[in-house]
Design a protein around this ligand. Structure first.
Ligand code: DX5
Ligand code: ZN
Length: 219
């Protein structure tokens, strides 16, 4: 059904290598990297140096870079060269979707767009066929550890139905507010990649065991 993509937003950066290796040992194949610029969202996280570090630590992993930044097209090449495998940019931060998608593809990377909770799926209906993935933010962007917003399950289902109706293979990634009690339900709504940050990195259960257990739940 779905793959788990641990988000490093909630990891202990003084133990980044150890925690990434534990996540991979638990079966994680996709690592989600939340880039925030303090303008598109009221928080600053990390950028190209951390993408390079994650790629160096886990060269076999799929590095899934979520750009919560203004003017994302200006930075696509840097993130591509740093080791990103999937690059998601926010449709609320870009006007020329085609130019940005084409630039990601020119670098041989998977192109994706991200939608804030308030942005309807219809906003991307004209470009879905050009995308490998659509990221649905299921919390308002900026911080980990939030609660899943109401109605997001219906939004996932609506996008899943639109992709199916058009016979496309575009993946749906959901990001934000994923917890033990909702992860299986969200996978059943049609999400094929499920991002989890605080659920994976913020409690005492061993990361390897946690990733293995959660991955089995949504497999
Ligand atoms: C929001 C971030 C978070 C993060 C996951 O801007 O994108 O959604 O990836 O955070 P958790 O899993 O802790 O809600
Ligand atoms: Zn994210």
């Amino acid at each position: 059904m779905a793959k788990l993509a641990p988000s490093i937003l909630s990891c202990d950066f003084s133990r980044l290598r150890e925690q990434l290796l534990a996540a991979q040992a638990g079966g994680a194949e996709v690592i989600h990297v939340d880039v925030m610029d303090g303008h598109f969202v009221p928080n600053i996280t990390f950028g190209v140096p951390i993408v390079k570090a994650v790629k160096k630590i886990l060269p076999q992993a799929t590095i899934d870079v979520h750009l919560m930044i203004e003017t994302p097209r200006r930075y696509i090449s840097e993130f591509a060269e740093a080791g990103a495998d999937i690059i998601s940019f926010h449709v609320e931060a870009e006007r020329d979707f085609d130019a940005t998608i084409n630039l990601i593809k020119k670098h041989g990377k998977k192109a994706a767009v991200a939608l804030c909770p308030g942005t309807p799926v219809e906003f991307v209906s004209e470009i879905i066929s050009k995308l490998e993935m659509v990221l649905l933010l299921t919390v308002n962007p900026g911080f980990g550890g939030q609660t899943l917003l109401p109605g997001m399950d219906e939004k996932i289902l609506k996008l899943r139905r639109e992709i199916a109706r058009r016979g496309l293979r575009t993946e749906i990634e959901i990001d934000g507010g994923v917890k033990e009690e909702n992860i299986e339900y969200l996978a059943s709504r049609g999400a094929s990649i499920i991002v989890a940050g605080s659920l994976v990195f913020s409690d005492e259960e061993a990361i390897e065991e946690k990733v293995r257990r959660l991955s089995l739940k949504i497999k």
